[in-house]
Write a new protein. Sequence first.
Length: 632
Amino acid sequence: MDKDEYGLQYWSRGNFIVEDGLVKVNYKSAPSLLEIVEKAEKMGLTTPILIRLPHLIDRQMRKLYDTFNNIMEKEKYGGSFQAVFPLKVNQYSGFLNEFMRYAPKYNYGVEAGSKAELLLAIATNVHKAPITINGFKDREMIELAFLATQIEHNVTLIIESLNELQNILDTAKSFPVAPNIGIRIRLYSYGSGRWAKSGGIDSKFGLTAAEIIQALALLKQAKLLQNFKMLHFHIGSQIGSIYTVQKALREVGQIYTELKKMGAKDLNKLNIGGGLGVDYGQHKASNDRNYTTEEFVSTVVKIIKEVTDEKNIENPIIYTEFGRFISAHHSLLVTSVLELYSQDYCEKHLTLKDKNNPKIIKVLKKIYKKIDKKLGDNGILELLHETTEHLDSIETLFELGYLDLEDRANIEILGQMIIKKILTIIDRQEIFEYVALLHKIEERYLINFSVFQSMPDYWGLNQKFPIMPIHHLDKKAVRPASIWDITCDSDGEIEFDEQAPLFLHDIDLKKKPYYIGFFLLGAYQDILGMKHNLFDRPTELIVDIDEDGFKIRNEEKSKSIIAILDSIGFNRENIFSKFKNQINSLNSRSSQEKDVIFQKINDYFDKDNYLKTDDKQKSNSTDKERHKGSNK
């Protein structure tokens, strides 16, 4: 199989490779994801498993700083670069603790948008890199920023309204030292894509030109103009087009130079917000951005230098708040396929009659025997079309009474047997142009996870994520695939998309497991995941990799059912008491029987909520493809 079958060249950025039919982490000893999952299973953990790879956080940090520093040096830019990470993108300890491991070597800061995030920023940012504070603020949040400044944190309060500024000025009267002040501006320039409304004159945040002039006057009057250090703007997450960035930078550059002329002498930082895009698409036609990281950074540096040089003003320190770029790559979900829709559609389940089988069954039996490579792709394709036409007629024939239930079942089985046989022979490219046909022959894969918990942006925004099997990649994937999650919600499905087709393998799950990986889940998905059907967060692993192998440094099991119920307000003792009362009221049961029933129910409360694969499958999980690397 083509190693680029699943578009690694578009979304992986070299972080994963395919070798020996396995997806491997392209770092140092390059363990396969299958090895990691097998090791976790030996530790008693079960899928779904969220795998965090901390080195990818460091790689993205280094990429960002190196790119800005190299281009600034090349362009002889007079200012410097500073990055802060917006906590709203991922506040989970599994990510944030790893982020803070690497942050000190870059002096990487954080951005907070609420009181809880600000307290988290102060507590975890022990290297005291810059903290920026965005979003709407009350007096408590403003006072907290002042307190952080008293303990020598480098804080910048970015005001979103004149009312916030007045609260800052009033609070300053009670403190010996005030934090830095930034102003977010409301540009005319819009972003692009789903988050375009973050920019533009009608956006939710920022000051207009008239309000900026009033803010300057208030700062002068309060003798705090020297604290005005930063100008901030943001035109949206996941910017798709470099042209929107160019337009916004020219507009904000003019505002920056005007403010300097108007007396804001200490203004020396330009915060361009977030928006550096990440490619999630697995196909060339579905790229999420029309620029490279280097092109984006070069555009920022060149335009800011050009605008400020023209006005004979020093080049400012450039701040960024790129969250998705830093965090998206570091985590992925691996989980098992529980069932294939047509798994049991095989010859042993046919119950053909000795005589009087309907004509359609006889026709399908002939088609099955006729399939042969010698027919060529065109001949086989004709048989596939003929088969799907016969399958389309089942409903009508059954309703009219020409088929009984046994006939209907036999036709469905024969149809799937034909489709499976054809797909192992025909060149898949020959089928691509027949969109309707792809949908008729697609396989449904029931997978042990919740879309709403692990990929909420797919459900809420139709955000695509890279999906691929983590093994069997030396074999032909023959089934057009749609994916069902285990929630009882029809929205818990990833439908087959003919514009971005996903093909998976036809595996006998009774003999071996089949694992699917969902990639680039590190941005927003952790914190936005919801407890639909009370499916909480999956088991989580932090995996360190070196030249000798890999180590699972930390694991956090999925919450037990009782912990989940407790998190939504149900008390353990109260629930157990209700069960006890119901069981004790069973007059037909002995005391011993009642105790056994209660104990068995009690045991289930300490299990997690995800489905368990059957013991027989686990006992037969040996796989010839498995590559046994050295683990520490």
